[in-house]
Design a protein around this ligand. Structure first.
Ligand code: SF4
Length: 326
């Protein structure tokens, strides 16, 4: 079995040139994904998770630009491909689903026709593509798929639209599916169905999943490994069980505390004091130091590098050594 990494992101840097200054949205992020693996990027809003995902698709909108680093898919650096080659990669090898399915669904086309259209891209005759589209809608748990295939997006519920979009995105059997907050707009029951569906598709096709979420409950349910982002950097990553069992970075610990505890009458939600810093003007040193309960003198002067305190884990915090800067 080929154990080569499916996706290797190294020293990825993205910035947005705005009238107010340069937003350093992603500053030297590195992670990798194996085939069939589920990797979750977590963190508060505005910490660079979605920009990282868009950068992997090479879809960072202007005035954003990828400043440097590499994004290798099966060894090929996507940042060196011309736009035609990158268009081939999107959809065929990497697909993305969004929180709002209407970003991907065209309101004036029937649901089945949209899935059919994606399948036709692989030179499948139209009749056969329609048959496969209806079959696929059934496999993403759309009841009565032959009938629903004729519905327009506005005639479907939010959960159904999300499943149609997922069906459309996996119709070409991508190697990697990126899901940006895929269930945030859905109620809890539908949310569970969509997560089950993603895992089932992973099991069936061997695709890898990159999930972007602020919800640690989803991470616990679906991910094999997790990366915690803060102010444009990955501050901790490792196997999901280890990080939930023993978070090392103070930010990860506080994120865990912010999880609602709904057992034994504890319904309170802790919040993390302070705010994510402006990505235009990051504080000197460790970007988390203004909010960190464990900060030391060095923390406000020099950015900590990544250390590898235990197998498969990385953390950027002076509590765990000095480390090397990415
Ligand atoms: Fe806190 Fe210092 Fe670690 Fe940053 S480096 S998380 S400020 S202890």
């Amino acid at each position: 079995m080929n154990m080569a990494k499916l996706l290797q992101v190294s020293d990825l840097r993205v910035e947005f040139l705005t009238g107010r200054g340069t937003v350093r949205a992603v500053g030297g992020v590195a992670f990798q994904l194996d085939r069939g693996e589920v990797f979750a990027l977590v963190g508060e809003s505005g910490c660079g998770k979605s920009t990282t995902a868009l950068a992997v698709m090479r879809l960072v909108p202007p005035p954003g630009r990828i400043l440097g680093g590499s994004i290798r898919l099966r060894g090929d650096d996507l940042l060196t491909l011309d736009e035609d080659s990158m268009t081939q990669v999107r959809g065929r090898h990497i697909a993305m689903i969004f929180q709002n399915p209407m970003v991907s669904l065209n309101p004036v086309y029937r649901a089945g026709a949209q899935v059919q259209e994606a399948i036709v891209l692989d030179q499948v005759p139209k009749n056969e593509a329609w048959r496969r589209a209806v079959d696929l809608l059934g496999r993403v748990y759309i009841a009565d798929p032959a009938h629903r295939a004729l519905s327009y997006p506005h005639e479907l519920s939010g959960g159904m639209r999300q499943r149609v979009m997922t069906g459309m995105m996996v119709s070409r059997q991508p190697d990697l599916l990126i899901a940006d907050e895929p269930t945030t707009a859905l109620d809890v029951t539908i949310q569970a169905q969509v997560l089950d569906l993603l895992l089932e598709l992973r099991d069936r096709t061997g695709m890898a999943l990159l999930i972007i979420t602020h919800d640690l409950g989803i991470v616990a349910e679906i991910a094999d490994r997790v990366g915690v982002m803060y102010a444009g950097s990955l501050v901790e990553q490792g196997p999901v069980f280890d990080i939930f069992e023993e978070p090392l970075h103070p930010y990860t610990r506080l994120l865990m505390r912010a999880l609602p505890r709904l057992t034994k009458g504890q319904g309170s939600l802790h919040t993390i004091p302070g705010q994510v810093p402006s990505l235009i003007q990051l504080p000197p040193g460790c970007p988390f130091h203004p909010r960190c309960p464990d900060r030391m003198e060095i923390c406000s002067t020099k950015m900590p590098g990544l250390t590898v305190p235990a197998g498969g884990r990385e953390v950027a915090c002076y509590l765990h050594g000095v480390g090397e800067r990415q």
